[in-house]
Structures are given as structure tokens and as C-alpha cells.
Write a protein that binds this ligand. Sequence first.
Ligand code: GAP
Length: 449
Amino acid sequence: MDEIVALSKRRGFIFQTSEIYGGLGSTYDYGHYGVLLRNNVKAEWWRAMLRDRDDIVALDSAILQHPRTWEASGHLEGFTDPLVQCLGKCKKRWREDHLRAEQLGDEKAEGEIRCPECGGELSEPRQFNLMFKTHMGPVEESGSEVYLRPETAQGIFVNFKNVLQFSRKRPPFGIAQIGKSFRNEITPGNFVFRTREFEQMEMEFFVPPADAPEWHQRWMDERMRWYTGLGIRPDQLRLREHGADELSHYSSATSDVEYLFPMGWSELEGIANRGDFDLTQHASFSGEKLEYFDQASGDRYVPYVIEPAAGVDRAVLAFMVDAYEVEEVEGRKRTVLRLHPRLAPVKAAVLPLVSKEGMPERAREVFEAVRAKLPAEYDEGGSIGKRYRRQDEIGTPWCITVDGGTLEDGTVTLRDRDSLEQTRLAAQEIPDELARRLQQPWRSPKLAE
Ligand code: GAP
């Protein structure tokens, strides 16, 4: 993980927020390549939800919701973690269940746990609500309290009736949304794996109750395919079913997609059968009917919900970890991000061999033609070797070098990030060739190891 953190900072993917003030607990900013990678991850999710099927519609609900939303959803009462505080020297706060898992092998195990920092005794646990509270309007008084949403899902449930009216969909159908969520985590950590401000990609799929188990299975298969289709090695990915004692208050069955992160198997995405819990709760708290009336059969029912809920930041981290490789090429260390070309922040870099003899001008022309087809970068600073290394580190799948030969016969060198193969091609063929390569299936070269 340290190497990923260092690469992220060195190449401007992800870094501490407010660094000049010493940072702010586990809060991160995304730089240029981080933004591009993140955008590509989100675009692939939208593509899987919207473009590749026609039973899901999009939504972008507000971060601030009516406070009753969180009463109905159960978050106000039950969205808590058990907090213990060190009574010894360091006075640090910890999550009791995490300490039990680390020190006793199971988060529910009985027995004494100690402060991992200073070995001090710990306080009795108290339930700590993870929602960030703020006030709406100029006066901080009770009644003006609102919450930053801890999940995007509730914005979908409260809009069920609206969406049903304008989308002309009937179950089975889904509502998808990507957006920021906030949780006042007691122990954030592991880089962007657990932070207090993060982004979710959630889809609520409404089905006739009897069909829920089948759709749950379908969505588990679908979501596993999404990750492996974008290059995650299948042996680093698994589905883990929650035990009865792990299930959230709303769920009758949940399986987590887990990735083998450097700190061990950890949740990437949860896929839950939420039953009719949310629609029933919001119907009862709001007085609105949140149900579906099937005119053909005359059936009226509250749909069940299957929810694949993923984290953008965790997905970005998993794609980076899975892609990261350090190898030796001709006696020199090469760090490379073997990202799926569709996820790579930059698809192609155009590099003049030297910045003289008319090469930069010719390379600029090639660059203009390439970037008309796909995201590309022009780089003329430093030795060609250093520029290749830089592109390898940000995961650029193809580099095009303009050299003396280009000026003579119009050909350029096309270098492949993964195989390091260099092919000579006519410059005018490059944009179409790259567009063709981008459409090809891709398999992680790390799989062959
Ligand atoms: N609506 C259901 C829901 O929110 P969740 O398992 O609490 O379920 C879904 O969250 C996903 O959101 C997680 O699998 C994870 O990828 C991401 N996520 C949750 N808490 C996070 C945090 N503190 N930091 C980063 N990502 C987080």
C-alpha cells in the first residue's frame, strides 16, 4: 500500500487534502490523473447500468435530504458503530468490533481487548452515530438540523414515485446514482479505502417480491463480471455471503464483492436484498403510497429491492493495486500501472524523440490527429527513456514516438506498455489503429504469472 500511496502522490493521482495545513484526518484530493481514472471508472459503471441495458434510469438526488428521511431509513437510530476510548496514556478512540477482530479473531468474540497504541485499558463501548450533522439556515437551533447523506440509496427510495411516473418503467427496473456520501468513521484508514467523505455508485433494482432471490443472484454475477471485465484478476476477487449476525437491519441477504487488498480481503461492494423495507418505511413516514399497480393483472404490491452498492474510491484503489507492477527491464527497474486501456487516464502519448530538427512540429500534428479520436497527451520534456517511464507509471497503454525516420518516410514507432513491443506504422494509420486497439478485449499480463 505504501508504494501505491507514493506513486499516487508522485504522479498526482491522489494526495492528502489541505496538505499545506498538515492535512485533515484521512481526507484526500484527486489530482489530474486521479480525476481522469475516477471519471473512467464512473463512466464504465454508467455504461454497464445505462448504455448496455434498457431497464435502468439515472438519478442525481441532493446530498441534503429532509431529516425525516433518516428517521424512516433507520439511520438516525441505528447507523452506529461501537466506540471505545483508551483510558491509558494515549486516550485514542477505536472501533470495538475492529479491535475484537484484530485481537481475538472475531468481531463478536468475548474477552479482554487493549488499546493497540499504548496497551491501556479501554472504556465500555458506546454507540456512536456516523452521520455528519449540520444546520440549515442562519440559526443553529433544534429543528434546523440536517444531515449529510451517509448513502446515496435513500435519495432513490424517496424519489420512487416520481421516477415511476416519468420513466414509464415497470418492475423489474432500476434507478442508478453516483454521488458523494459522508460518514464520520471512527477509524478511517488504509488510504482511500475508508474515508469520511467518499463517492458511491448505487443502483436500486425494484422487482416483484417473488423474483427477488433470482435477481439477487443475477446482480451478483453481473457485478463480478464488471470487475473482471475491466481487468481485475479473478483470483483476487471473491463473493462473500454475510452471516445472519452481520446483516444490516434492512437486509434479508447480502453478499460482498471482496478484493484482496494489501491489508487482506476487504469489501469493494455490497449486493443486498433489501426486501420492501425502505419503500414501506418511507410510505409510513411520509403518508405517500410507494407501490406499484400492475394494470394488466390488477396486482398492487410494494416491490422488493436488490441493491448493488459500490464505492468509487475503493474501486479506483482496487484497480490501481491490481494494475501495479514493478519489474526489471534490461537491468533497470520499471514501475508500470497495467490498467485496462478503457480505464487508463491517458490512452496514448505522442513523444518527439528530441526537441529539435522539426520533430516537435511533426509530433504535434500526430498528436492533434490522435486526440481527435481518444484522450492523448503530448510530452516533449526530458530523455525518451524517462518519458516512457512516466507514461508507464500513469498507465498509458500506447506511446507514439516521432523520430528522424518520421521526417523521411512518415512512419512512427508505436510502443505497447504491456509487451514493450515496438511497431513501425505510417503516422496517418495511428489514430484508427489506436481506436481499434481500445475496442479489443484486454487481459492483465499479470495473469500469466
Ligand atoms: N446503500 C448501502 C450502502 O451504503 P455500504 O456497504 O455501507 O452499503 C456501499 O456501502 C459501498 O460504499 C461499500 O462497499 C464501499 O465500497 C463504499 N463505502 C462505504 N463506506 C465507505 C468509506 N467510509 N470510505 C470509502 N468507501 C466507503
